[in-house]
Design a protein around this ligand. Sequence first.
Ligand SMILES: [Zn+2]
Ligand SMILES: [Zn+2]
Ligand SMILES: [Zn+2]
Length: 99
Amino acid sequence: MEKVELEQCYRCWQYGHIKEKCQNKDDRSDACRCGGAGNKVKDCQGSNYCLGCRSDGHMVGTGRCPQFREALSRARLNQRQKREGREMNGVSLGVCMNE
Ligand SMILES: [Zn+2]
Ligand SMILES: [Zn+2]
Ligand SMILES: [Zn+2]
């Protein structure tokens, strides 16, 4: 399994960007794993709530999140395209040098 870098925002909890680049007006950086604010994760009695796709039953940033899986496969595709692009550049460079 190849390693894929997937950015996740710790402000709005969406995938594909980081907190510093967040354009979202919705600041959920103090949200707990249950989706509520004002309680600490370690004393939380609530059930898991995903801040990424806003549904119950799983946590954000896990393989159970459909949005996470989608973002991950997009990131994997991007990474592969980038790598293939580099390989193609390498080949054309090699051809140039042989001339
Ligand atoms: Zn964000
Ligand atoms: Zn909580
Ligand atoms: Zn989710």
